[in-house]
Design a protein around this ligand. Sequence first.
Ligand SMILES: Cc1cc2nc3c(=O)[nH]c(=O)nc-3n(C[C@H](O)[C@H](O)[C@H](O)COP(=O)(O)OP(=O)(O)OC[C@H]3O[C@@H](n4cnc5c(N)ncnc54)[C@H](O)[C@@H]3O)c2cc1C
Length: 334
Amino acid sequence: MRDITIIGGGPTGLFGLFYAGMRKATAQVIDALPDPGGQLTALYPEKFIFDVGGFPRVLAKDLVRSLLEQATQFGGEYHGGQRVVGLEEKDGHFELVTDTDRFPTRAVVIAGGIGAFAPRRLPQPAAAPWEGNGIRYSVGAPSAYDGKHVVIIGGGDSAFDWADQLNARAASLTLVHRSDRFRAHGATVAAVQAAAAAGRVTIHTFHELADVVAQGASIHELELKDIKAKSTRRVRADVVLPMLGYVSDLGAIADWGLTVANDEIAVNSEMATGRAGIWAAGDITTYPGKLKLIATGFAEACTAVNQAVHWIYPDRKVNPGHSSNLAIFGQKDD
Ligand SMILES: Cc1cc2nc3c(=O)[nH]c(=O)nc-3n(C[C@H](O)[C@H](O)[C@H](O)COP(=O)(O)OP(=O)(O)OC[C@H]3O[C@@H](n4cnc5c(N)ncnc54)[C@H](O)[C@@H]3O)c2cc1C
């Protein structure tokens, strides 16, 4: 049983996890994505952000790393790869239900952003039987690709980042993209193109998956279709990594009796949702004057967590005092 469970490990949820720890509440984050960071990790890890206080400019992935370091200093956990699909109320507490687990909690903070992220799946019917058996939507440990024939499908940051990272390990690395316009960071595109010039990567533009050619129970080759020339070619493949972006969906949260419109939850100035024990913060909230920014999410996380702490432990004030004075950081006794 935790005091506070935060749905969503984007910047808002991660800062909320830190804040709960600072308030001596036990807390955890649940996120559909395997890795923390929400939109920053899924949509723009290589972009610079210029409007987070204290950072004249910071790469999105570096901000996530710092947030995680700050968030986990009090032992709060990040449960990745689990989508919250249900909320039950029993014996004076909640139980959040994911596709694989149950999380008992006294209070809930919904920091679900634009909804649960899931990788966009390959549209070709030939792919479906191989998902989880050769076709992987989550990369996992780079060492798993040592000596393997790897095909990456996509033209964005993730596709190029992994092509850059894995080409030295793989027996062969093929990058397949439907056009010749890449949406990845210029420096990473240049690195992969240099690897291609050196013969370590093969890039097929204007190609898409046509079929999977098996040998026994494993993928052996992919048949690729040249969408301009209408011809096909085969490439060696042990593992296929589709990197086609993400789809997001508010899912079950919309059915919890909260005021939801346009995939946003209406909250008051205390970030209260109207249902006792449930607060919301970050991009998922709406109120007059709302700004969907990382900085706003941080402030809302403070408000939501402080309200939740006071609700669970009425003897603890809503106002946390200043961190610069708190004993939890070894400062003047609070
Ligand atoms: C390209 C781009 C550039 C941007 N640049 C800036 C910028 O320069 N400055 C700025 O301030 N903002 C910027 N933003 C906006 C900023 O990223 C968002 O305001 C911020 O990510 C919101 O954080 P959040 O934690 O509220 O939500 P999110 O980052 O969306 O995180 C929500 C998390 O909740 C998870 N989740 C949702 N529902 C469930 C569920 N049912 N079960 C499990 N997990 C769930 C999702 O998987 C996700 O990981 C940018 C956005 C984009 C797309």
